[in-house]
Design a binder for this molecule. Sequence first.
Ligand code: ZN
Length: 133
Amino acid sequence: MEKIEHIGIAVKDLKQANETYGKLLGVQPYKTEIVNAENVITSFFKIGESKVELLESTNPLGVVAKFLDKKGEGLHHVAYSVKNIYDEMKRLKTEGFVLLNDEPKYGADNKLVCFIHPKDTNGVLIELCQEII
Ligand code: ZN
């Protein structure tokens, strides 16, 4: 893996959270994007090399809605950038991690993504992401 690409934070109200994080970080989100496959609307902030993704659910049955019901707002996932997501998925499978999707899928911010079950990673949902060039 190359580096932490971003951290994802589940929020109830994206508009309100955008204002809060705008004040906190001193910058405005550089993009807002609906990801239909994940039932979320997301916004991304960039400070230096680091990115923060805020996620609001667009569907009460979606994964982020379920997360909010169970745990409330807070850290949802940590995303690591990888050079070749197929190789990394193969490697992690061999290491015994449970991947939540068998094939990479299209995620927010022009990325191919794959998630790793938090039970294998000390309670933190992991996202692998590879920039689509
Ligand atoms: Zn993410």
